[in-house]
Design a binder for this molecule. Structure first.
Ligand SMILES: Cc1ncc(C[n+]2csc(CCOP(=O)(O)OP(=O)(O)O)c2C)c(N)n1
Length: 324
């Protein structure tokens, strides 16, 4: 059986639904920021959907994920509520963090999305600690730390590699190498290859095509099995690209149009749709239906959130304790 055919049909369609949900949700977020219905800044994952969908689908439901500032995709892929995400970004009390955290500070403990952090690199030590706690409590669930190529140079990421190896923490380090940390090309600041750094810490690792969702799924599945069995860490470096700017204020003047066009050609959703169609696993009509249903769901959520006026007052917020 080849890598692709090992997945059930349900899993394949779930992956497609997740990728559409992330893409259309992110596009709506962009629109709402432009309309000033959402404030502050946000970091979209348009173009990076394969990592979010493939990784979450390959992990068990109770395996933890700790994400970064570019977090909406992982939050949604873990099965957390899109409405709570939108409400969070509108500052509403129904938001995932009661509207107090905003785009970068999400949580959904029920769906094992522990949190996301805006401190670049911090997901790695947090996930190593979480993994250590799970092992200490003799629980079988592992923890995934998401971080970027820019974060890979942070001291705390390398410290997390070290302790995770020494203490044998069941943690999956998942580096999304989208080739830029803000406007800085990874090629200018990363020495050597990120996945090869693991070897110095006795951690097994591999580099994958992060835009091929089935490759992501299979790599994470194999890594998760290894981590669960050995209680040792594992590092995956997934090559990908963001189709949008780093954040709201970024016009991408540091990238060439040719480079952007080449990566648009490697769009993870387009690639996956072609695979499903060419192998007769999903027809175009059904694909369009999933798309339309997803867009309608996001529209409904937007309308509901726009009507909501339950912005949490500061007084109430200060007395609120989060139920973990
Ligand atoms: C400790 C820290 N330093 C700097 C920043 C500012 N900052 C926010 S995102 C970012 C770039 C992160 O790049 P990367 O890790 O590659 O992730 P990507 O944005 O590409 O997903 C920086 C420097 C921060 N939030 N935290």
């Amino acid at each position: 059986m080849d890598e692709y055919s090992s997945l059930s049909m349900n899993t394949k369609l779930d992956i497609l639904r997740k990728m559409y949900l992330i893409r259309f949700f992110e596009q709506k977020t962009d629109e709402l920021f432009a309309q000033k219905t959402m404030h502050g800044t946000t970091h979209l994952a348009i173009g990076q959907e394969a990592g979010c969908a493939g990784l979450s689908e390959a992990l068990n439901k109770d395996d933890w994920v700790i994400a970064t500032h570019r977090n909406h995709g992982y939050y949604l892929a873990k099965g957390a509520s899109p409405k709570a995400l939108m409400a969070e970004m509108m500052g509403l009390a129904d938001g995932s963090a009661k509207g107090l955290g905003g785009s970068m500070h999400l949580t959904d403990v029920q769906n094992a999305f522990m949190c996301s952090t805006s401190i670049v690199g911090a997901s790695a030590p947090m996930a190593a600690g979480m993994a250590f706690a799970m092992k200490y409590k003799k629980q079988d669930n592992i923890t995934a730390a998401i971080f970027g190529d820019g974060a890979s140079n942070q001291g705390m990421v390398l410290e997390a590699f070290n302790l995770a190896a020494v203490w044998q923490c069941p943690v999956l380090f998942y580096c999304e190498n989208n080739m830029y940390g803000m406007s800085t090309p990874a090629a200018n600041i990363v020495a050597g290859e990120i996945y090869k750094r693991a070897e110095a810490f006795t951690i097994k690792s591999q580099r994958i095509d992060g835009n091929d969702v089935i490759e992501v799924y299979n790599a994470v599945k194999r890594a998760a099995d290894y981590i669960r069995k050995t209680k040792k860490p594992y590092l995956i470096e997934a090559m990908t690209y963001r189709f949008c700017g780093h954040s709201k204020s970024d016009k991408c003047i540091y990238r060439t149009k040719q480079e952007e066009a080449a990566w648009l050609n490697k769009c993870p959703i387009k690639k996956y749709e072609e695979y499903l169609l060419q192998n007769g696993l999903c027809d175009n009509q059904y694909m369009q239906k999933i798309k339309k249903d997803t867009i309608r769901k996001i529209e409904d959520i937007t309308i509901e959130c726009k009507k909501d006026d339950t912005v949490l007052s500061l007084d109430k917020a200060l007395t609120y304790t989060y139920p973990v």
